[in-house]
Design a protein around this ligand. Structure first.
Ligand SMILES: Cc1ncc(COP(=O)(O)O)c(C=O)c1O
Length: 389
């Protein structure tokens, strides 16, 4: 038991840091399944595909060649060089080896990025709905999140909307495209407007590009590729979604100084780098010819169209998401309270989703459905909703 005078008190800076609601939802689903119920699972956040064979083979090869010792904590030089090449060619980001660090997934990049920039009391502008852990990562720096409604920005203009939420404490913008949970892909014009605002107000940008390879309409624009942006942007990438490598825990970040020094410190004193054989597997992943993604995107697109078509037929208004693998329909037909809507869907139709409010107040009245699952699950889940709702 901890009391105010007890020495067993969690450090104050972790008090405001929460645990993901999604964990609670997963526990409920497990309970239902244990009780013998069939659950159609749409709540997940990972690729349904397996890690490609050539990546697994590269891991096996690294192990048999005893590439198992400490690597430089910023990453194996060959991998960093390949990442820098990829960033220049595919993202048009002017990064060189020295500007790249290999990390344990996108999460470690974001953790380090916020730690590098934010001081107590700083504010970060976050387009909302937003990926929930961002709030906790920012809270862990004793800074706070200021929500900027994406729909409002798209309707009324980015500069005007961002300006309305800016205060003297505003230090940075978190910019995620394609977005989780909405699947929004910001256009080049929108990205340029955000970049212009950051330059005019002298803000840092945290660019989260976890879903860069899963774009079905439009193009992925890396904000750091725009003029004058590389210096003020920390760009976070992951292999989790692009190569179905969520459990491998590998990603990377690109940044100029002083941010790279900060990222090296947060990495050195947390994980001291990424497992060495995993990095050799990542080199095989990064070296994959890009036409690999044509096949991957076709698989996701088929699932997206099936799910979105079905949801609209059921009366859940849902525009086809331009990227990522989530649909975010409006579900006030069931309830305006998204937690109640998710509960009702789970109980009545055994369909598991994530309540939109988990992604911030602007997500209320919506549910997040992942279409990263089998076509069979999507068909059966839709059938169950047709029967039960
Ligand atoms: C928007 C976004 N950013 C970053 C991540 C981090 O992914 P990981 O830590 O698995 O690389 C995720 C994972 O779900 C995500 O949805």
């Amino acid at each position: 038991m901890s009391t105010a005078s007890s020495p067993f008190r969690l450090a104050a800076r972790l008090d405001a840091v929460g645990f993901s609601d999604i964990v609670t939802i997963r526990n409920r689903i497990m309970k239902l399944r244990d009780a013998g119920a069939a659950v159609y699972q749409f709540e997940g956040g990972e690729p349904f595909l397996n890690t490609p064979e050539h990546i697994k083979e590269a891991m096996t090869r690294a192990l048999s060649e005893n590439k198992t010792r400490y690597a430089p904590s910023s990453g194996v030089p060959e991998l960093r060089a390949a990442i820098a090449g990829k960033l220049r060619q595919r993202n048009r980001v002017p990064a060189f080896d020295k500007d790249v660090i290999v990390l344990n997934g996108g999460m470690q990049g974001l953790f380090g990025a916020f730690q590098c920039v934010l001081n107590r009391g700083d504010e970060v502008l976050v387009f909302s709905p937003y990926w929930t852990p961002i709030k906790d990562l920012i809270a862990g720096c004793e800074a706070s999140i200021v929500l900027v409604p994406t729909n409002e920005a798209r309707r009324e203009g980015f500069a005007e909307t961002l300006a309305r939420h800016t205060t003297p404490r505003t230090r940075a913008i978190y910019f995620n495209t394609p977005q989780n949970p909405t699947g929004v892909v910001f256009t080049r014009e929108e990205t340029s407007a955000v970049a212009r605002f950051a330059r005019e107000r002298d803000l840092v940008v945290f660019s989260d590009e976890a879903y860069e390879d899963l774009v079905y309409e439009g193009e992925h624009v890396s904000i750091a590729s725009l003029e004058g942006m590389f210096e003020r942007t920390i760009s976070c990438f992951t292999l989790s979604k692009s190569y179905s490598m969520t459990g491998w825990r590998i990603g990377y970040a690109a940044a100029a100084e002083p941010w790279m020094t900060g990222l090296r410190k947060t990495t050195l004193y947390s994980t001291n780098g990424v497992s060495t054989p995993t990095q050799w597997a990542a080199l095989a992943a990064i070296s994959t010819p890009t036409d690999f993604f044509d096949g991957v995107r076709a698989e996701y697109r088929e699932r997206r169209d099936l799910l979105v078509g079905g949801l609209n037929e059921l009366g859940f208004a849902c525009a086809p998401p331009a990227g990522a693998f989530y649909a975010f329909p409006e579900v006030s037909r069931i309830s305006r309270d998204s937690r109640a809507a998710a509960d009702s869907l789970l109980e009545r139709a055994q369909v598991a989703t994530v309540p939109g409010v988990v992604f911030g107040a602007h997500g209320e009245s919506h549910l997040r459905f992942s279409f990263s699952t089998s076509l069979e699950t999507i068909r059966d889940g839709l059938d169950s909703m047709r029967r039960q709702l």
